[in-house]
Design a protein around this ligand. Structure first.
Ligand SMILES: Cc1cc2nc3c(=O)[nH]c(=O)nc-3n(C[C@H](O)[C@H](O)[C@H](O)COP(=O)(O)OP(=O)(O)OC[C@H]3O[C@@H](n4cnc5c(N)ncnc54)[C@H](O)[C@@H]3O)c2cc1C
Ligand code: SF4
Length: 349
């Protein structure tokens, strides 16, 4: 049995005093616990073994507040359900509501925090099976997925060390929205653009993000996005209709002028890489174009340039292309893939 100490500080500086500085946030001896829906599973499977848990649930970071610039600030320990159903999120960022509600189950969304969602770890089977080689769990041991079970794995941005994907739905919408992650450490505060927050695996697959040990996510800032409210969609393809991680997901946002031409566009793909996948050149393809399938297909081809399956997941390349075209079409129609409906277990704010 591994002994674990537990502290529950009441303010941010108290929490920081229990987190030790270091290079790799995942290897830190002292770990933040928020909803615990991922970390506790990893501890039970002996994938992660922190010596101390710093419970941040009493910190004053659970609010969702309007920002002076017209954007929104999401507290790191605001629950995923409270975020999805918040009136300002629903009204101003419907793609975020749709993405969160496409994930997990009502019970998990009631518990899961916004900060924890960003830092949830891959769902690669081998990562969770501590008896198998895995460079992400145990650097230098090898990658069991290469040549193994790859249905959920990457088609973009993989390395010879790791072909895992980031499984979050929420993060795909946050990438499309150009969110900013606000972080505190003993060295002070910093703001990290969402595009720079998650890493590709490269030679260091054990590092999921640019966070270091001792970093605490305090907020996620959403810039104003009123121009996209009428035309956005989140589309998720998965093996079951609910309670399943994505095989491919897409957050699509369009700003369409009176003349039917695209003024601005955002497209982010989920579950295809180690991070939400955005390519500015793919979005540029759509600018000034009429909204039609030809333009959407061209954008999809640029977004997926270089995509390559690992064998069992070759189908994801075609699936992703079709998903991008369909999500953009749904965005034009102003519809959302709300396959996960509001349930009685998940009370709106
Ligand atoms: C059965 C199941 C199905 C799921 N399906 C989906 C799905 O379809 N789509 C989806 O997107 N997600 C899904 N999830 C994942 C779920 O969304 C995450 O587990 C959840 O968002 C993690 O949040 P948490 O607060 O519970 O994090 P925790 O488990 O408490 O923490 C996760 C990690 O984040 C760190 N951490 C947490 N908060 C902070 C902070 N503020 N600062 C620094 N570090 C922090 C912890 O140290 C830990 O490393 C599923 C989970 C389960 C168990
Ligand atoms: S894909 Fe990454 S997480 Fe999965 S076994 Fe390989 S190294 Fe580990």
């Amino acid at each position: 049995m591994n002994p674990v100490t537990y502290v529950a500080p009441l303010d941010v500086s108290g929490a920081l005093s229990h987190l030790y500085a270091g290079v790799d946030a995942n290897a830190a001896p002292s770990k933040v616990i928020a909803g615990g829906t991922n970390l506790l599973d990893l501890m039970k499977e002996r994938v992660m073994g922190p010596q101390q848990l710093v419970d941040i649930n009493a910190l004053p970071l659970d609010q969702i507040t309007a920002a002076p610039d017209g954007g929104l600030r999401l507290g790191a320990i605001a629950r995923n359900a409270d975020t999805a159903y918040h009136p300002l999120v629903r009204a101003q960022y419907p793609v975020l509501t749709a993405a969160i509600l496409a994930g997990a189950s009502p019970q998990i969304r009631n518990m899961a925090s916004n900060g924890g969602n960003l830092l949830q770890r891959t769902r690669c089977h081998y990562f969770y099976d501590a008896t198998t080689p895995c460079n992400k769990r145990a650097p230098g041991t090898g990658c069991s997925a290469i040549g193994g079970l790859t249905r959920q794995h990457a088609i973009l941005g993989a390395s010879a060390q790791c072909i895992a994907t980031h499984p979050s739905d929420m993060c795909v919408a946050l990438a499309a929205l150009d969110a900013v992650v606000c972080v505190r450490s003993s060295a002070g505060e910093r703001r990290i653009d969402f595009a720079d927050f998650h890493r590709l695996p490269g030679e260091q697959p054990e590092r999921d993000t640019v966070l270091a040990a001792g970093d605490l996510i305090t907020h996620i800032d959403l810039p104003p996005a009123a121009q996209f409210v009428r035309h956005s969609a989140y589309l998720k393809f998965r093996d079951r209709a609910s309670y399943a991680f994505a095989l491919v997901s897409v957050a699509a946002m369009l700003d369409v002028g009176e003349d039917g031409k695209v003024r601005d566009a955002r497209i982010a793909l989920g579950s295809v890489a180690h991070k939400p996948w955005r390519v500015p050149a793919a979005e540029a393809v759509l600018i000034g174009r009429q909204v039609d399938e030809t333009a959407f297909a061209e954008a999809a081809d640029v977004l997926l340039a270089g995509a390559q399956g690992q064998g069992q997941n070759d189908f994801k390349v075609t699936m992703a292309r079709r998903a991008v075209i369909r999500a953009l079409t749904q965005a034009v129609e102003g519809t959302h893939d709300n396959t996960t409906e509001l349930t009685e277990n998940e009370a709106p704010v």
